[in-house]
Design a protein. Structure first.
Lengths: 200, 185
């Protein structure tokens, strides 16, 4: 084996490993996504989504990471995903993640949902003000209307509480970009009340 | 074949081997040893049979009530109940009642509380004793917080892998251009 063949073998081997690793990650995401959808279907069938929470005094315990908490539908993007608890790597592999500590969609407060820009929210940039979203959770079905779309830097303080129901979708920006994301895309929506978004 | 018949056959074979070895030397001693071992097994099985018991099935589950089912679901969804702890016997013992309703235990305490109050859950141990999973907990919502980092290296790794693969194949297939020999004229 000459030097050229050795280099070729090394390149092919490393490249194959990287490709297989990427494929495995995507496959695991698909499996986790299916599992989340199945679990959500079970919860809907049993109407026990409310039972996924335990009350300790007046404070609610956190939902287990990775458990489905809601369903997000964006007709314009043809998106229908089950939202799981947490915004860690494992949770975001399965679907959009609900930031722990934020309100459940439909509750009073700011509900923050995040997802990977190269997976579930890869088309989030196409959303504009006035577009509608729908969330389903144990708090009921809520129709939201996009009130604001903005791009901020990664370290910008964009998450704030709210006295009224509010939905915030976040992902990394730019969407088509390799490497660490310098910015964040923030989509804020308010529930539709009587044909107009509340809080406008 | 009955045990006694088989036993007699083994004994007869051992007797034949002892009285008239067809192959003098080590082979006979090996056969004698095998026959003795077979004899011991044949006899021993009847004695050991009483010591061999069948598989003991799991205890029957107590019939779950509606409240138990809801509670089990709650505990199953509770991340606190899934935390892996080490060397925290005291904490585990004190939390045993709350954890007894985990679905995988299949047991229900006689007096299961309908709800778990904060007083029943002991304080969680120091961060040094909790699992590594908790140490890398995802960001949580707080006032003025940042949007989470949702960028992954998967696309980068995939593209890099494809590029390396193509380059490797091209380098491996490139043929050497024969150097024209200088002809002496």
């Amino acid at each position: 084996m000459d030097r050229r063949q050795a280099v070729s073998l090394v390149l092919v081997g490393v490249g194959s490993c990287l490709l297989v690793g990427s494929a495995v990650s995507v496959a695991r995401g698909a499996i986790a996504r299916d599992a989340a959808r199945t679990r959500w279907a079970e919860l809907e069938a049993q109407r026990s989504a409310r039972g996924a929470r335990a009350l300790v005094g007046q404070a609610e315990w956190a939902i287990a990471l990775g458990s489905p908490v809601a369903r997000l539908l964006i007709p314009k993007l043809d998106l229908d995903e089950v939202v799981v608890e947490g915004v860690g790597d494992a949770a975001l592999r399965a679907g959009p993640g609900h930031m722990t500590g934020s309100a459940v969609p439909g509750d009073r407060g700011n509900s923050v949902l995040s997802a990977h820009r190269d997976r579930h929210f890869r088309s989030l940039g196409e959303l504009g003000v006035g577009d509608t979203l729908v969330t389903e959770s144990d708090r009921g079905t809520v129709v939201w209307r996009v009130a604001r779309v903005r791009v901020v830097t990664a370290d910008a303080p964009v998450l704030h509480g709210s006295d009224s129901p509010m939905l915030t979708l976040t992902t990394c920006w730019p969407i088509r970009y390799f490497g660490p994301a310098p910015d964040r895309l923030i989509v804020e929506a308010r529930p539709v009340v009587g044909g107009s978004a509340a809080g406008e | 074949m009955a045990d006694s018949e088989w036993l007699m056959a083994v004994v007869n074979q051992a007797r034949v081997l002892r009285e008239g070895p067809a192959f003098p030397g080590g082979l006979v001693s090996i056969r004698r040893f095998s026959a003795a071992a077979a004899l011991l097994v044949a006899v021993g099985v009847t004695e050991a049979r009483a010591q061999i018991t069948t598989v003991i099935g799991p205890a029957k589950r107590a019939p779950a009530t509606g409240a138990d089912s809801v509670r089990r679901e709650q505990v199953a969804q509770d991340s606190i109940a899934r935390v892996t702890l080490t060397d925290m016997k005291q904490w585990v013992d004190s939390a045993a009642q709350a954890l007894a309703l985990r679905p995988d235990t299949g047991t229900a305490p006689a007096e299961a509380p309908s709800t778990v109050t904060a007083a029943q859950i002991p304080p969680r141990p120091d961060s040094a004793t909790v699992s590594r999973r908790m140490a890398v907990a995802p960001p949580e919502f707080r006032e003025g917080g940042r949007a989470p980092n949702t960028a992954t290296v998967i696309p980068t790794l995939g593209v890099l892998g494809a590029v390396l693969l193509v380059i490797g194949v091209v380098v491996g297939r490139r043929r050497r251009v024969p150097v024209p020999s200088k002809s002496r004229s």
